[in-house]
Design a protein around this ligand. Sequence first.
Ligand SMILES: [Zn+2]
Length: 142
Amino acid sequence: MRSHDSSICSLCQAPSYPVIWEDNAFRIILINDQSYPGYCRVESIEHFKEMTDMDPSLRNRCMSIVFEVERILRFFLRPDKINLSSLGNITPHCHWHIIPRYKNDNHFPLSIWSNKKRRGSRELKKGDQDKLIQLIRIALDQ
Ligand SMILES: [Zn+2]
């Protein structure tokens, strides 16, 4: 489960995206995707290849964090849909993508990793991004 070869693992390096929140087991990062503002990722800090490699309390904690982020994104951004996705084929860190989706976004109704159906961009104003980060931190620090 835990590999010590962290030099080749991108998620063992300092995150290149802003860290919204973290504890000793998980962190939430804000993916600054200009097509998908508010797109967050919850990732395990240690190596876990599969969700069932975590003990039940840890994986329940992981899902509680994912659902809390989903709840806040729905409340704050009012997307048409939230996509939750866990792939993890490249790095051995269980992680969940939490992606706000809109009927007119670049890929809807397909996944964001499919071919683009249209070209547009959305923006989250700096003030709104700060507010979103604040809401997530408050919710998870309770
Ligand atoms: Zn790693």
